[in-house]
Design a protein around this ligand. Structure first.
Ligand SMILES: Nc1nc2c(ncn2[C@@H]2O[C@H](COP(=O)(O)OP(=O)(O)OP(=O)(O)O)[C@@H](O)[C@H]2O)c(=O)[nH]1
Length: 303
């Protein structure tokens, strides 16, 4: 069998000096791909054939690795066949007698595939985020849905367990909503739900939780709000709700049941259930006392 020459291998074979970085050998495949003048090969240095970023990578990683272990495997570098072009490549390098023996493979297709995979991953992540958002939102009112409210409440109680600030839970229920549907129609009922949702969003801060808890019932968790602040909030909300007109003479009214978080036991698994139940009892009381009013669980039990 005829002895093969190094020129036949479809990879760039290069030898450089570990100290001076001077090119000492480059096979024909390499000189052609890198546009090197084979007569002046010895005038080139390593940094003439790799990009600036790859040169920095060489000094900071490849050379130290070669010096300490004798070789460096599958490192990604960019070749520069001319000033405007960069060719993605993968290199193996080995040290022998103060010379670095390189075998460098062009990896343009692999790099393109990698870039495509990266952008596909970014696209998928964005879509997943979009879908996650959609699963958290009530389609009619665009408020958080019940599931998302529970998740956010649990996260909040974990935070409050570490750093407590007064927090109120409010269940807000539209009065006589069945009648509104019956008299003005289901579509008008939907519009009322949307308008009240917008009012709730407008009246609260970004750190508060505002959710559609069920049909015509809403949950608001007021962050950093003491009993007095929450009472003022509820008074204002009654006024805001009553500005939503149903007909010439009839306006919307809401009932609110409230409870206030206590500082201890905030990480217990049934903690939300406990406070929602309290707010629900207070809401029931507000309805029983004639609607269009707020009742607080704490007050029911103190008086
Ligand atoms: N338009 C509309 N109506 C809904 C929606 N979800 C629930 N409802 C209606 O809301 C009404 C709730 O009625 P009730 O639970 O009797 O409450 P209410 O009439 O508000 O009476 P009180 O709460 O006691 O003042 C029902 O008629 C439901 O059909 C919705 O998405 N859109």
């Amino acid at each position: 069998m005829k002895t093969p020459t190094l020129e036949c291998f479809p990879c760039i074979l290069v030898v450089t000096d570990i100290h001076t970085n001077k090119l000492e050998y480059c096979n024909q495949y390499g000189t052609e791909l890198l546009n090197l003048d084979s007569d002046k090969l010895m005038t080139y240095g390593l940094f003439d054939i790799i990009s600036k970023a790859s040169s920095i990578f060489f000094e900071s990683y490849i050379r130290p690795t070669i010096v300490s272990t004798g070789s460096c495997q599958e490192v990604q570098i960019s070749l520069t066949p001319n000033t405007n072009e960069k060719v993605a490549s993968v290199a193996n390098a080995k040290l022998a007698d103060s010379k670095i023996y390189w075998s460098i493979y062009v990896a343009v297709a692999r790099d393109k595939l990698y870039q495509e995979l990266l952008s596909a991953r970014e696209h998928l992540e964005a879509k997943t985020e979009e879908l996650t958002l959609l699963t958290r939102v009530d389609p009619l009112t665009s408020l958080l849905n019940r599931r998302a409210a529970i998740d956010d409440f649990n996260q909040k109680t974990n935070e409050l367990d570490i750093n407590f600030t007064p927090t109120s839970i409010l269940l807000i229920d539209i009065d006589w909503f069945k009648k509104i549907n019956d008299i003005y129609g289901h579509d008008r009922g939907d519009e009322v739900l949307i308008t009240l949702s917008q009012t709730l969003k407008r009246s609260t801060n970004a750190s508060d939780i505002v959710a559609r808890w069920g049909g015509e019932e809403f949950l608001v968790i007021l962050n950093n709000s003491n009993t007095k602040d929450t009472q003022v909030f509820c008074q204002k909300l009654h006024i805001e709700a009553s500005s939503i007109t149903l007909s010439g003479s009839e306006n919307l009214s809401i009932s609110i049941g409230g409870s206030n978080l206590e500082e201890n036991n905030l990480t217990k698994p049934d903690i939300m259930e406990k406070y929602i139940k309290q707010a629900d009892i207070a809401l029931y009381e507000a309805k029983a006392k004639g609607r269009s009013r707020t009742e607080f669980f704490d007050h029911l039990h103190l008086t």
